[in-house]
Write a protein that binds this ligand. Structure first.
Ligand SMILES: Cc1cc2nc3c(=O)[nH]c(=O)nc-3n(C[C@H](O)[C@H](O)[C@H](O)COP(=O)(O)OP(=O)(O)OC[C@H]3O[C@@H](n4cnc5c(N)ncnc54)[C@H](O)[C@@H]3O)c2cc1C
Length: 328
């Protein structure tokens, strides 16, 4: 029951908001409360208000890497809209709520190279930092000098070395109480036609991800060879290995995932690691499918696939042993 702490007037709080409309997978029930924050002051007010109500908070970018629960979220979803960009020679300071593609377009205009191959990845700069987003040989974590966060009621700047950037992961995935305000990136002045490179990559991406697709990009992470046991590696045909990794899509394809459908969730018939919402998929449809095929990969290859997307609240959901990484 919500008590009557007054809502700060600067916050446009909305009640009972459908999470499906806030995620590219188009799945999820009702969030009790939703707001967007455009500056630090609004962030503080929203957090204080939610804390006084005893409500949990979920930080959201553009929802392109999350699977919300059909049960919704009994708290405040706080969407980051803190934007801004300044550059100092080859370094740039970017608001976490900047749209990644927009930011890259402006960096390309400034002839600053380092992110041009990430063009077309949906979402915000902060969302990209959380998952260390990457594509075509670039990943954002490699460029980070430092990140400004809001935690425990104060702003702190954390250096890149403390943030554990690895392939599609960062410390932020464990520190879910940290809100990313902005980041400082180091790029390189370039004479290459950066926007042309970006556009070329975008046209390749659109073949894989046509605009109308309801998905969250790759569902599982690819597997680095140093993550798996020698016995598991022996079961892997040589042609499964690409650039020092085993693509999750290749393992899923080998166990017959392509095109398989549960409810309205389906593995794309052209890509083993892409789960699509065909229209009315529930989170349960998606998790049932993902869990079943992660299980088949485990049985055949003794490799545990790990979700690349954030499965919100999955601790409460039953029967997901293959997605939780439990070996027995
Ligand atoms: C069609 C498609 C293609 C994709 N291709 C790629 C690809 O090539 N490479 C790749 O790496 N990814 C890809 N993705 C995944 C996704 O686009 C990226 O992970 C993206 O960076 C997520 O950004 P977002 O703002 O949408 O984050 P969200 O999905 O909103 O959030 C992701 C995570 O970040 C957290 N978060 C968001 N904002 C903040 C904040 N301010 N402070 C703290 N935590 C925060 C959320 O709580 C959540 O845990 C793709 C997705 C789609 C739909």
């Amino acid at each position: 029951m919500i008590n009557s702490t007054p809502v700060p007037s600067s916050l446009a709080l909305r009640r009972d908001v459908l999470l499906a409309n806030l995620s590219t997978l188009n799945v999820g029930g009702i969030a009790s409360w939703f707001t967007q924050v455009h500056d630090l002051q609004q962030l503080k007010e929203a957090r204080n208000w939610a804390n006084k109500q005893g409500l949990p908070i979920f930080y959201l970018g553009e929802g392109s890497n999350v699977l919300f629960s059909d049960e919704g979220f009994p708290g405040l979803v706080l969407q980051n809209r803190i934007t801004g960009m300044e550059h100092y020679g080859e370094e740039v300071e970017l608001g976490g709520g900047e749209n990644l593609e927009e930011a890259i377009r402006r960096l390309n205009q400034l002839s600053l190279s380092g992110m041009e191959r990430l063009y077309g990845i949906p979402g915000t700069v902060a969302g990209a930092l959380v998952g260390n987003a990457g594509a075509y040989g670039q990943q954002i974590g490699d460029l980070v000098v430092g990140i400004s966060i809001w935690s425990k009621n104060r702003e702190q700047v954390l250096p890149a070395l403390d943030l554990e950037f690895r392939y599609r992961s960062s410390l932020f995935q464990r520190r879910r109480d940290w809100f990313i305000l902005s980041c400082r990136l180091r790029l390189k002045k370039s004479t290459e036609p950066l926007q042309e490179i970006s556009e070329e990559i975008l046209s390749r991406r659109l073949l894989k991800y046509p605009a109308e697709l309801k998905c969250a990009g790759s569902f599982f992470k690819n597997i680095s060879l140093d993550e798996i046991s020698k016995t598991a590696l022996e079961k892997i045909p040589e042609d499964f290995i690409m650039f020092g990794k085993i693509p999750a899509g290749t393992l899923l394809e080998a166990v017959g995932a392509k095109g398989v459908r549960r409810g309205d969730a389906q593995f794309a018939d052209y890509h083993g690691n892409l789960i699509l919402n065909l229209g009315q998929a529930t989170s349960l449809d998606i998790l049932t499918l993902a869990n079943e095929y992660a299980g088949l990969v485990w049985e055949r290859f003794r490799i545990r696939l790990k979700p690349e997307i954030l499965i919100a609240d999955h601790e409460d959901w039953p029967n997901l042993q293959n997605l939780r990484g439990v070996d027995e």
